[in-house]
Design a binder for this molecule. Structure first.
Ligand code: XIL
Length: 374
């Protein structure tokens, strides 16, 4: 659970205006919190109210983290602990890094992330087990029989889920099972060797390894209506009909500015109606270069709408943004010509997007929901 007293949050700086002025200022601050968040100077960019607001709603607010700055950069740490209640390892728990050679495991990164989270009372989302990207060569280039590949899968799950059992309680077991655009299963290594049942096999296996973990399928391009969204829904209902252990759906939420769908809550609610948790697992909203103030304001509204969508869905448990600051975002490298996709800028200054998330949480009535938050 998130511990509201931990996390190195700083007390707000006090001015010299006397008690009356301080009281009046306080009232104004409550009324225009969002504006103040944007206007705060650099030193006060952390210590925000997001964690308490998220707590009041019973949802988690998460951020994807990279190991190096998480360990070495105080400002980076302050943004994480001051604004979020959970973390996802952006890369270091992926197969390529965890088991770079067969039977050679590197726990330095995952241990650093989990250790940091525990120290600061943050939850951890486990990301990810089966994915077509960021696999080590020995795995992706190996020639496997079904039995061998199932053994490889089991060994990896035993190692990774086993190591963090009880400490990481949510795992993206299946990542991006569908083709980029369209309603078909992606023909990844697992599909090629095991056939389409690899998804059920992997979920069943993960459940055997850690019966208490919440197991997710995580996907992009399913946030609004369309054949890909329907294909995932069909896949999920089939898995549930067959009794396969599946507990949640991650809506990645990598948006181009202007493309946040109106019906995102409807799409998420379909899974809620099936009894599944949902999470916005990798939120960012990328802007074409160079971003101007109007785009940043419009982006704030998009962040607000996404958080509102989560709050409107009874079993939406978490919204996680995909990176601590624009400086650390994957966007410029992966989507040339786009930038500024996150709630903090290159210098860790809060952007309007952060205020957008605050506004969503302030406007919707706080209603604690039971259950899981990461
Ligand atoms: C991305 C990371 O952000 C990059 O640093 C890395 O080079 C590639 O992967 N969907 C996912 C994430 O599930 O794991 C991806 O993360 C972004 C898309």
């Amino acid at each position: 659970m998130h511990n509201a007293t931990s996390g190195g949050r700083r007390a707000p700086a006090r001015g010299r205006g006397g008690l009356l002025a301080a009281g009046a200022l306080g009232a104004v601050a409550v009324a225009v919190t969002a504006v103040l968040v944007v206007a705060l100077p650099r030193e006060d960019s952390t210590g925000g109210e997001l964690p308490a607001l998220a707590d009041a709603h019973g949802i988690g607010l998460g951020v994807a983290v990279a190991v190096n700055p998480l360990v070495h950069d105080d400002d980076y740490q302050d943004v994480v602990t001051g604004n979020y209640t959970s973390v996802t390892a952006e890369n270091t728990m992926k197969w390529q890094y965890v088991q770079p050679e067969r039977y050679e495991f590197d726990w330095s990164g995952p241990d650093a992330v989990v250790g940091f989270a525990e120290h600061h009372g943050l939850d951890v989302r486990g990301h990810t087990l089966l994915w077509h990207n960021q696999q080590p060569a020995w795995l992706s280039e190996g020639s496997w029989t079904e039995a061998e590949l199932l053994k490889v899968m089991r060994e990896h799950m035993d190692a990774l889920l086993g190591r963090y059992q009880g400490r990481i309680t949510t795992w993206d077991v299946i990542n991006e099972p569908l083709v980029d655009a369209g309603p078909r299963l992606r023909e990844n290594l697992w599909y090629q060797v095991l056939g389409e049942d690899y998804i059920a096999q992997a979920l069943t296996m993960a459940h055997e390894v850690d019966p208490d973990a919440r197991l997710y399928v995580n996907e992009f391009g399913i946030e609004g209506a369309g054949d890909k969204a329907d294909a995932l829904y069909d896949l999920v209902t089939d898995l549930l009909d067959r009794g396969v252990p599946l507990h949640g759906i991650g809506f990645q939420g990598h948006f181009v500015h202007g493309s946040v769908p109106e019906d995102m809550a409807d799409q998420m609610r379909r899974y809620s109606d099936l009894g599944l948790d949902v999470t916005v697992s990798e939120l960012d909203v990328r802007l074409p270069e160079p971003p101007g103030p109007e785009q940043l304001e419009a982006q704030a509204h998009e962040y607000q709408r996404v958080v509102e969508a989560c709050l409107d869905v009874p079993t939406c448990v978490n919204v996680t943004v995909w990176g601590v600051s624009d400086h650390h975002s994957w966007i410029p490298e992966w989507f040339p010509g786009y930038t500024a996709a996150l709630p903090f800028d290159d210098s860790y200054r809060p952007k309007p997007a952060l205020a957008g998330m605050v506004q969503a949480l302030e406007r919707r009535p706080a209603q604690r929901r039971p259950g899981h938050r990461p």
